[in-house]
Structures are given as structure tokens and as C-alpha cells.
Design a protein around this ligand. Structure first.
Ligand code: SAM
Length: 316
């Protein structure tokens, strides 16, 4: 597709270039702000998965530049914006850049260090893995990015702060909602107009950070370390005693979701098979006039003899 044809087909792509945004995603953050007023009173922000940098540009233009240009601005009072991505990013005024993997506990530590002594008012995360097209897989990897984001959130977000995270809508969306609700009193899944309808992406807008009583954020960090280490997956058993207090409940819920009840995609062993006494039960009420009834009759007749089969065929 030529550039002009994309300019015509995608208004946000064209507008992004006209207004000097590095990516059309800038409009998603601007529209989330229009709806939820997320920048009000914000001075310290983390932009997770920030490259090529359009969200950081929005943060710089909305928060840093107005403060810098204000006649009574002081250098030590300017907003702090920290941006992280796997990819390097061209500089943006007022934005401190960290190159690293947010699912790596070390990166979380680097970000936390930048906030030495102060807390963030807002954490945004537009992270997306390379999409495979396998929805379950994409949703899982996306959830891992959200878990990493939440780990950083639990270390640096101040009480009452906000967290905006890209999500992929799928069968586990309501579970993710419950997980985020553990930490925020308000959670809304928003779909800004600039996000294409054909895309399963949406944004969790989490407001009023208030972690559960007794929650210890160090365990979430530890969980991230375990997920990221080659032998970690074997060591993820949350019942093996490394968790204490309320975290015994919260961390397994964050790591694995709701494991109660049966998994409809799994096979379960049949009872009494070893003794040879297992009996499969008939359906409680077989269909009385199924659309395949005639086919069954014909099949039965053909196995009884050709004459019956011909009679039934002629009847029909
Ligand atoms: N918000 C950005 C903007 O407005 O320019 C666009 C973000 S882009 C959709 C997704 C980004 O997530 C990519 O730059 C990718 O490198 C980053 N990403 C994916 N996985 C990551 C990870 N584990 N750690 C850090 N960044 C990651």
C-alpha cells in the first residue's frame, strides 16, 4: 500500500504525521485522557514499553513542557517522566530513557531507582508482544506484560495513583478485571476511537491505587524473577511455603488466575476404569426429532438389507 493510500484510509496515521507524533497510538492516550482526565495533578510518570515514543511525546507535551515554560517553574520541581522499552528510542525533551525488558526484575529495579524517594502518580503501559495470531498465546504474553507492569506499579505508584495498560480482550478478560480490582477501586476497560474495531486491543484504566491490606510487593517482584528464570517455571509452586500472610492468596491468584472448578479444555481420567466397572451413561434426554434422524434410519436400514433401504428411500 502506498503512503498516500494509507493517508486516505487511516485518518489517525495522517493526523499523527501532521501533528508531529511518532505513532498514531498518541491519539489513544489523548482520547483516554479526554474521557478519564488521567493527567490531572500528575507530576511523576512511568511509560512502559514506550518506543517509538508517541506516548512519551504526549507526556512531555502535556506535563513537562507546560511546566518548563511556566514563568514560575523551578528546575527541581519539573515533572519526572521515565520511559522504558526493549528498543532504543530517539530522545524526547523531559523524558529519561531506560532500555530493557520490563518482564526482567532487574529492569524493574532500575526504574524503581529513578524514583528514589518519590512515588509515581501515573504508570502507563502500551506494551505489545510480537503478535502470533494465536489468540490464547497472544493474550498470555500480553498478561505477562501486565503482570510486569503491575510489579512496577506496586513498587512506585502512590496510593490513589493511576495505571493504564493495554490489554487483549479474550476469554480471560473478566479474570484480569478481578485481578486489577484487587489493587484499584476503579477499573474500566476502554476502547478509544483511534483503536481499530478490528483489533482485540483495549485499555484497562485503573484508578485509585489501594493495594490490599498486608500485601507485600516484594513477593510480586520475586514471582517475576521466577517467571523470567530458566528453572523458574518448575519453582512456581505457590504452595511451597515462600509466601506468607495475605500474599498466600493474592500471589497465586495473580500468577495463575482462578484454578477452582474444572478446565473445559482438559481431559480427566475416568473413575473405576482400572476395575473395569466404568459405565458410560446415556444422555438424560436424547433429541426427539434431530435433523440427522432420517440419515440414521437410512443407515440402519442399509445394514439390514437392501430391500428395507429401498423402501425407506422411496418413502422419503
Ligand atoms: N506506546 C508506544 C508509542 O506510543 O510509541 C508504542 C508501543 S508499541 C505498540 C509496543 C512496544 O512494546 C514495542 O516498542 C516493544 O518493543 C515493547 N515491548 C514489548 N515487550 C516488551 C518488554 N518485555 N519490555 C519492554 N518493552 C517491550
Amino acid at each position: 500500500m502506498g503512503k498516500a493510500s494509507r493517508d486516505k484510509r487511516d485518518i489517525y496515521y495522517r493526523k499523527a504525521k501532521e501533528e508531529g507524533w511518532r505513532a498514531r497510538s498518541a491519539f489513544k492516550l489523548l482520547q483516554i485522557d479526554e474521557e478519564f482526565n488521567i493527567f490531572e495533578g500528575v507530576k511523576h510518570v512511568v511509560d512502559l514499553c514506550a518506543a517509538p515514543g508517541s506516548w512519551s511525546q504526549v507526556l512531555s507535551r502535556k506535563l513537562y513542557l507546560p511546566a518548563k515554560l511556566s514563568p514560575d517553574s523551578k528546575d527541581n520541581d519539573l515533572p519526572l517522566i521515565v520511559a522504558i522499552d526493549l528498543q532504543p528510542m530517539a530522545p524526547i525533551e523531559g523524558v529519561i530513557q531506560v532500555q530493557g525488558d520490563i518482564t526482567n526484575a532487574r529492569t524493574a529495579e532500575v526504574v524503581i531507582r529513578h524514583f528514589d524517594g518519590c512515588k509515581a502518580d501515573l504508570v502507563v503501559c502500551d506494551g505489545a508482544p510480537d503478535v502470533t495470531g494465536l489468540h490464547d498465546m497472544d493474550e498470555f504474553v500480553q498478561s505477562q506484560l501486565i503482570l510486569a507492569g503491575l510489579t512496577i506499579v506496586t513498587h512506585i505508584l502512590k496510593r490513589g495513583g493511576k495505571f493504564i495498560a493495554k490489554i487483549f480482550r479474550g476469554k480471560d478478560t473478566s479474570l484480569l478485571y478481578c485481578q486489577l480490582k484487587l489493587f484499584f477501586t476503579e477499573v474500566t476497560f476502554a476502547k478509544p476511537k483511534s483503536s481499530r474495531n478490528s483489533s482485540i486491543e483495549a485499555f484497562a484504566v485503573c484508578e485509585n491505587y489501594s493495594p490490599p491490606e498486608g500485601f507485600n510487593e516484594k513477593d510480586l517482584h520475586h514471582l517475576l524473577e521466577k517467571v523470567g528464570s530458566p528453572s523458574g517455571a518448575d519453582d512456581l509452586d505457590c504452595s511451597s511455603g515462600w509466601l506468607e500472610g495475605p500474599n498466600k492468596v493474592y500471589i497465586p491468584f495473580l500468577a495463575c488466575g482462578d484454578l477452582s472448578g474444572y478446565d473445559s479444555d482438559r481431559s480427566y481420567p475416568l473413575p473405576k476404569v482400572a476395575e473395569g466397572t466404568y459405565q458410560s451413561l446415556d444422555p438424560v434426554q436424547p433429541p426427539i426429532a434431530p435433523p440427522y434422524k432420517r440419515a440414521l434410519e437410512l443407515k440402519k436400514a442399509s445394514s439390514h438389507g437392501i430391500r428395507d433401504f429401498e423402501r425407506l428411500s422411496l418413502d422419503s
